[in-house]
Write a protein that binds this ligand. Structure first.
Ligand code: NAP
Ligand code: ZN
Ligand code: ZN
Length: 347
């Protein structure tokens, strides 16, 4: 084992604080990465505060990791020391179930080793995330990162980027399709950039009237304040696809009515409580309610390459790690444009 340092929560009430722990020694298939930046996802807050239940402590959060490779195992031949690399929400899966075999590791039927608040495939060894100075990850779960993009802005692509890219591709967003994005936060602002880059017509559906100028600058063609009943009525039976990124409990029914025939609302936001869904809006226009979970490794690489090609990164506020607790409060209050990213040099 080798020493590592980071920030951890020791229980669901405690603020994050400095923490030392151990990473495994480099195995033959492993890549060791010096972490340079780590994004702050709303999922970090849900888990640190145990809002989904089942959190285990101490917890080192962080699954939007970018850094530089400092060592590679004897069997690693696709990554080299000195290259940039990324790690997202998963560090291992079973690799043998039907979903893993087709590159859909995020839907592994056996056991996903999430980057933190989880266990390795032995189901015993705890995983610790990216609010730390280094990480050791099997090469299959490591992503290539372009050196052409601002690195702090790349970090959020590893979760916010892929989580919105995957459903946009699955439901074929592109020229001629009308995409609605509910919630302009970390995931939402990436959904807007990606859908616009794919050629779709994009509408932001937001509770915050003050975000209109930003939404348009990010690439949205239309902005609807969802508290405004008349504005909402104008986009009734309008959308082919709605990506719902909201992290809080909300009434989904008014949004279902915004879908046209055969339209789909995809939930990527994970509010803790189950919503009540009316069946009549579903039946009326053969609508669908779906969910989507991050993305597979192959698709994550495809998304990173797409972003490099289109010059897309996340809009970030870079913070020193000492401000992480304040950043959590600001994130919950919607006070970030549009993703906090920790500069790990401040650890
Ligand atoms: P975020 O930055 O906090 O953004 C959420 C946005 O939702 C806010 O900016 C706000 O946008 C809107 N919102 C907040 N409270 C609301 C309310 N009470 N009613 C309606 N809208 C509200 O969070 P994030 O990091 O993007 O994460 C969003 C959710 O996705 C979280 O639940 C997270 O756990 C989940 N997630 C899921 C996956 C997956 O694989 N499915 C991956 C990553 C994250 P407006 O001001 O524009 O309304
Ligand atoms: Zn995330
Ligand atoms: Zn599997």
């Amino acid at each position: 084992m080798q020493p590592a340092k980071g920030y951890a929560a020791t229980d669901s009430q405690a603020p994050l604080a400095p923490f030392t722990f151990a990473r495994r020694d480099l195995g033959a298939h492993d890549v060791q990465i010096e972490i340079l930046f780590c994004g702050v996802c709303h999922s970090d807050v849900h888990q640190v505060r145990n809002e989904w239940g089942g959190s285990t402590f101490p917890m080192v959060p962080g699954h939007e990791i970018v850094g530089r490779i400092t060592a590679v195992g004897a069997q690693v031949n696709t990554f080299s020391v000195g290259e940039l690399a990324g790690v997202g929400c998963m560090v291992d899966t079973c690799r043998s179930c039907p979903n893993c075999k087709q590159g859909l590791e995020q839907y592994c039927e056996t056991h996903i080793s999430f980057t933190y608040n989880s266990t390795e495939q032995d189901r015993v060894t705890r995983t610790y995330g990216g609010y730390s100075n280094q990480i050791v990850v099997d090469q299959h779960y490591v992503l290539r990162v372009s050196d052409k993009l601002d690195l702090a802005g790349v970090a959020p692509l590893l979760c916010a980027g892929i989580t919105t890219y995957s459903p946009l591709r699955q439901w074929q967003a592109g020229p001629g399709s009308r995409v609605g994005v509910v919630g302009l936060g970390g995931l939402g602002h990436m959904a807007v950039k990606l859908a616009a880059a794919m050629g779709a017509e994009v509408t932001v559906l937001s509770t915050s009237p003050g975000k209109e100028a930003d939404a348009r600058a990010l690439g949205a063609h239309r902005f609807v304040v969802t508290k405004d009943a008349a504005a909402l009525k104008e986009v009734r039976t309008y959308f082919d696809l709605i990506i719902n990124t909201v992290a809080a409990n909300m009434d989904l029914n008014p949004y279902m009515n915004l879908l046209r025939l055969d339209g789909t609302m995809v939930m990527v936001g994970l509010p803790p409580e189950a919503p009540q869904i009316g069946i009549f809006p579903l039946v009326g226009q053969r609508r669908r309610l779906a969910g989507s979970h991050i993305g597979g490794i192959r698709e994550t690489q495809e998304m990173l390459d797409f972003c490099a090609e289109h010059g897309l990164t996340s809009d970030v506020e870079v913070i020193p790690i000492s401000q992480i607790n304040e950043a959590y409060d600001r994130l919950v209050n919607g006070d970030v444009k549009y993703r906090f990213v920790i500069d790990m040099a401040t650890l």
